[in-house]
Write a protein that binds this ligand. Structure first.
Ligand SMILES: [Zn+2]
Length: 450
């Protein structure tokens, strides 16, 4: 048989497919054609079957699906280290919101670019965002080559981008139109949280998401303080409140779900809503430990996220994986809780289902299988921290770090390799970011004197 033509053949010492059998292949090869995976298997089988235009021989590397971030606010990178060590409500109301409310599209784009660089540098290929001026977040995503779902956030009070809910609905339609034919960018409707919105705008925004055929995401049950505020405002805990409004569904992504009862977990599972788990943000804001093992046991798709860099303070999914595993064990007093493979699933295949809740599970990135998008990450195994390799998944989850990130590829295109970005001019990005320090200080001064 004639070898099949393909754009690129990638080979590596060990491959984590994340397919249904979670196959691990030694001396593996992945053939890529038109941004999609054409074939995957042992190199000795794949190599004679394809005629690649290009080859990428990674050698002593662990090749895996690109990691995916199921919850972040990319542009918050510019607020990294601002207002650490505060409780959620104090942090939001007195530290973050007063500065954010003065943000401009330009500053949002710069923060998003920094976030993309940070994520790409640690093997992340896609994320779902929630912020403001998302057209500008999209501009950064478009330039750096990542894949993203953009969520323009809104509250019951005005955002820097629009004054009323009606303006917001127009903004979402425009955002959708703006990225209509973009191969890597789509949108989600993104109310901030129950306590910062109203029943009317939650219902209306959900209806809009249904009409537009897009996901609907919200922070939900993030802390006991949020539950108390929801009870006081609406007479119900966050999950029953959202359920009563009819907004829990397959298109719904709930971020955090820390304070949830067994009945509420069952309600989420029955609705088909997905959940993002953000252990580092929950720990740093002392929001609590999500019952993530119980959510998973109930059949909920739980993806892993970092949350924004102001509450983490890192966008590394590698550290998110380790924290997720350790926190689950600590919370449940069970060392068997959330094993490494389950954590890797949450950072790959499950995170992608949170990012694309409405797509067929087999059509999203997150596994290396024929017909899936060619989003890959590789980590150097010739590194003391990852040797010896008894169990590659364990090494990646418990011992991996950005220092070993060797490759990030999205849509079959290399975005990062061995310390070099292909689309980002890092020195000029870092020089712009440095200038933003004075700018953020000025905003803090404005907020203090307001
Ligand atoms: Zn968040």
């Amino acid at each position: 048989m004639q070898p099949a033509p393909c754009d690129l053949l990638v080979t590596a010492d060990i491959l984590l497919t994340q397919n249904a059998r979670r196959d691990v292949i030694e001396n593996a090869a992945v053939a890529i054609q038109g941004g999609r995976i054409l074939m995957v298997g042992p190199a000795e089988k794949i190599e004679p079957s394809v005629a690649p235009a290009e080859r990428l021989d990674l050698g002593p590397c662990l090749l895996a699906p690109a990691l995916a971030n199921a919850h972040t606010h990319a542009s918050m990178t510019l607020l990294r280290g601002l207002g650490d060590d505060l409780a959620l409500m104090d942090w939001l109301k007195n530290c973050i919101w007063p500065v954010e409310m003065q943000f401009t599209p330009e500053i949002v784009e710069l923060g998003a670019m920094l976030a993309c660089a940070e994520m790409i540098q640690s093997g992340v290929g896609s994320f779902i965002d929630g912020y403001m001026f998302e057209t500008h977040v999209g501009a950064a995503v478009d330039r750096c080559g990542m894949r993203a779902v953009l969520g323009e956030g809104f509250f019951a009070f005005p955002s820097p981008h629009f004054k009323t809910a009606a303006d917001a609905w127009d903004c979402f339609r425009n955002l959708k139109d703006h990225f209509k034919n973009h191969p890597r960018i789509s949108i989600a409707i993104t109310p901030h949280a129950a306590f910062s919105t109203s029943p009317e705008i939650l219902r209306e925004s959900f209806e809009l998401a249904c009409n537009m055929g897009v996901p609907w995401q919200i922070h939900a049950a993030e802390s006991k303080a949020e539950t108390a505020s929801c009870l006081k405002q609406f007479g119900l805990r966050p999950i029953p409140y959202l359920h009563s409004l009819g907004v829990l569904s397959e298109r719904t992504v709930l971020h955090h779900v820390v304070d949830a009862t067994t009945a509420e977990i069952e309600c989420i599972a029955a609705s088909g809503a997905k959940v993002s788990h953000n252990p580092e943000s929950n720990m740093k804001l002392s929001s609590g430990a999500s019952p993530v093992d119980r959510l998973l046991r109930a059949g909920v798709i739980v993806g892993l996220g970092t949350d924004g860099a102001a509450s983490n303070n890192s966008l590394s999914m590698l550290s998110a994986m380790k924290f997720a595993a350790l926190l689950a064990k600590l919370r449940s007093e069970d060392p068997c809780a959330l094993p490494a493979q389950q954590v890797l699933d949450m950072a790959t295949i499950n995170a992608c289902r949170c990012i694309y809740p409405l797509k067929a599970p087999e059509a999203v990135p997150g596994a290396i299988e024929p017909d899936r998008p060619a989003d890959l990450a590789a980590f150097r195994l010739d590194d003391p921290a990852l040797q010896p390799v008894h169990h590659p998944v364990s090494n990646l989850v418990y011992a991996g770090g950005r220092a070993q990130a060797a490759l990030t590829m999205v849509d079959g295109e290399v975005l990062y390799r061995d310390g070099a970005f292909t689309r980002i001019d890092l020195p000029s990005l870092l020089s712009e970011v440095k200038k933003s320090i004075a700018w953020v200080r000025k905003l803090q001064g404005n907020a203090a004197s307001a």
